[in-house]
Design a protein. Sequence first.
Length: 200
Amino acid sequence: MTPAIAKAIYVILAIGWYVIRIPHERRARRTPVSRSARGIRERVLLSISLTGLGILPFAYVAFGFPRFAKYTFQPSLAWAGAVVAAAALLLFYLTHRALGRNWSVSLDLRESHKLVTSGIYTYVRHPMYSAFWLWAIAQALLLPNWIAGPAGLIGFGTLYFFRVGEEEKLMSEAFGDQYRDYIDRTGRVIPRVGKVLSPR
């Protein structure tokens, strides 16, 4: 493993993200939104996440910026990052496949929206967030820069902690006891041990 290969793996991670997402995004657009929690707060949170997961790491990959924050490259960390990146893409794919047209980049409910509890959603309520946490961890392991590396954890973490409660509130209002029962039997982003051993 070399720094150049580690950077290439990060780029493959980002490209893979787009390859997985774009077809689902196009299909989802055909289904009208019936309820949305979009607003300035949501746009700010998405911008913070994009900066941490995209803009800062790509500035480092493409231009080595910021140079003063570099540290010694560790091949073992980069190898671990490659494994985590592969897991992130797999989970990202499984999430989109399970959601189908229910997917949205923002806090939206679409017409005829269904509560998805099958596939990867059998184990966690927010596997998309799980995939992005893995992306952020992979980024930190792959990029030996004290700013660009952990920027994903900070950027996405900000989105997650300010948004996930709102999302669960929206889902509870839409699906009532069905969603509250779903909360009782699943983990938010990490599967519960009992659920993994004995899925419904």
